[in-house]
Design a protein around this ligand. Structure first.
Ligand SMILES: [Zn+2]
Length: 255
């Protein structure tokens, strides 16, 4: 984690400081913004400077020891948002939710990067908690979690639906964001999909993330025949896989 509160009561994000400034922090005491436990400032040569709990047992907000890759992706994305003057808060503790999104954009969009396994129950709880409190959330699957020949239950849970992109989800690796769209599962559970890639720092990141919901000149607009659209979706879902039927109400709501 990059954000902590020091013994002077100041909230500090290490990404805003250079190596020498961080060296000057070593005599301060650091505390978790969520559980208030003592943190260790790790300021070695190889890994990026970061804070770590001595034990995660008491911390509800941080459930995983983040990998170096997760730290790196969080930094890259934060810089991309900040470069375009979006308000981007790194690891902002949302007190009423008792959750810390990786990034919070313009005070209402939570970005969650998932680089390690996560139970469906925890995914659902976290997602519902954001939505119930008026936040939007976009989950990005890190490299180890990405789509292969079959959908995992976590990937399935992360799928959303839009008219433009069909069933889709987001992935991230060290170079780019990836929109995996038009996901189709055949009767033998093999999947096919289309992929759009967005290299870091190229274009407007919010516009990329809006892409599945943007109105294109060639997408459905104006007098949409929703009866027909709904029929096509339901037919598609039915023939794809029975699992999609569970996804359907949520997908339509998000779409
Ligand atoms: Zn904590």
């Amino acid at each position: 984690m990059f954000t902590a509160i020091n013994s002077l009561g100041q909230k500090i994000c290490l990404m805003s400081y250079d190596y020498n400034e961080i060296k000057g922090f070593k005599d301060l005491k650091w505390f978790c913004p969520a559980c208030h436990a003592r943190l260790i400032l790790k300021n070695g040569i190889i890994k990026q400077p970061h804070f770590a709990h001595t034990t995660l047992e008491t911390c509800q907000a941080y459930s995983e020891n983040e990998s170096e890759l997760h730290h790196d992706l969080k930094c890259q994305l934060a810089k991309w948002f900040q470069q375009q003057n979006y308000n981007c808060q790194i690891e902002y503790y949302l007190i009423e939710l008792k959750q810390i999104p990786d990034l919070l954009i313009n005070h209402h969009l939570a970005i969650e990067i998932q680089c390690s396994p996560l139970s469906i129950q925890r995914f659902n709880t976290r997602t519902k908690n954001y939505l119930d409190h008026g936040y939007q959330v976009i989950w990005l699957l890190g490299e180890k979690m990405q789509i292969k020949s079959r959908l995992t239950s976590l990937q399935l849970a992360m799928c959303a639906f839009s008219i433009n992109s069909g069933v889709f989800l987001w992935q991230i690796n060290q170079k780019q964001l990836e929109l995996i769209e038009m996901i189709h599962v055949d009767l033998e559970r093999s999947i096919s999909y289309q992929k759009k890639t967005f290299a870091f720092f190229q274009g407007n990141i919010i516009n990329h993330l809006r892409l599945p919901y943007r109105i294109h000149s060639n997408s459905l607009s104006g007098n949409v025949d929703w009866t027909m659209t709904s029929l096509i979706v339901r037919k598609g879902l039915y023939y794809a896989n029975q699992q999609w039927m569970c996804l359907h109400p949520f997908a339509i709501k998000r779409g």
